[in-house]
Design a binder for this molecule. Structure first.
Ligand SMILES: [Fe+2]
Length: 262
């Protein structure tokens, strides 16, 4: 008796390969919108954060595959995890401490618009909500008496691990330095523009990241990243780097050495 009433389109409970491409486009559009707002977001910031999302997505794929989790779901969450980070109205163009909240909401809306089920959209939203529970942000949350959700599910731990791994990767290390050395940024003011302080901060993040890894797969990946990371840190110390240009030179040297070996 209800034949004339069109059935409501069923929402999908899975992430497909084409959704990965849509998520990449969503991230690009989101960052470009902030760039166009003529605020503090610069093309350099967009590039650093887009590259970071790509590396985290690759880490997420490896972890998901080896921990028997849904690869597409992890990869999509990784692409979107920092979509709330670049904010034109925010001082310095970066929201470090609350971007997980904005990003979780934006990603939830993106997924619902794509026709994903509420349950799947909520699951990915919660993964993004829990990715910021890292020492650097926890210290801020404690000082400001703000709650910070911790990962509880295998997928939530896997996403945070994928993100943490980037801090042990030389490219992620470089990202922290480049961002802390951007003269208009908040971190530049915090460091007084001193690159040694930026390097000390990136070094501390890498050490804390290693301690916090949860999955066995991420711990294995970290061991391989760490060798190249340590080489870079040692070379920077030996070179007594005092400027971003000198930092980039040492970075390129370490990069070409490791490429020669492969
Ligand atoms: Fe993040």
């Amino acid at each position: 008796m209800y034949e004339d009433i069109p059935a409501e389109k069923e929402s999908s409970n899975s992430i497909e390969r084409e959704d990965i491409l849509r998520a990449q486009q969503f991230l690009k559009d989101t960052y470009n919108k902030e760039l166009r707002e003529n605020g503090k977001v610069t093309p350099e910031l967009v590039k650093e954060n887009t590259d970071h999302a790509e590396r985290v997505a690759e880490n997420a794929r490896w972890i998901a595959e080896n921990e028997f989790l849904d690869i597409n779901k992890l990869e999509l969450a990784a692409i979107c995890h920092d979509c709330g980070k670049l904010r034109s109205a925010h001082p310095g163009g970066i929201d470090t401490f609350e971007h997980h909240i904005t990003g979780a909401r934006m990603t939830y809306e993106f997924l619902r618009d794509l026709g994903k089920s509420p349950a799947l959209s909520e699951e990915i939203r919660d993964m993004i909500m829990a990715h910021s529970a890292i020492p650097f942000i926890k210290r801020w949350a404690d000082e400001n008496e703000v709650g910070l959700p911790e990962p509880t599910t295998p997928e939530e731990f896997a996403l945070r691990d994928a993100d943490l791994l980037d801090q042990i990767d030389i490219w992620g290390f470089k990202k922290i330095i480049e961002i802390r050395q951007m003269p208009d940024g908040d971190f530049y003011a915090q460091d007084g523009g001193n690159i040694r302080k930026a390097m000390a901060s990136a070094e501390q993040s890498a050490k804390e990241a290693k301690e916090q890894l949860h999955t066995e797969t991420a711990k294995k990946i970290a061991a391989s990243y760490e060798k190249r990371w340590q080489k870079l840190v040692d070379a920077l110390r030996d070179a007594e780097v005092t400027s971003i240009e000198e930092f980039r030179e040492v970075f390129q040297k370490i990069l070409s050495q490791s490429l020669d070996k492969n």
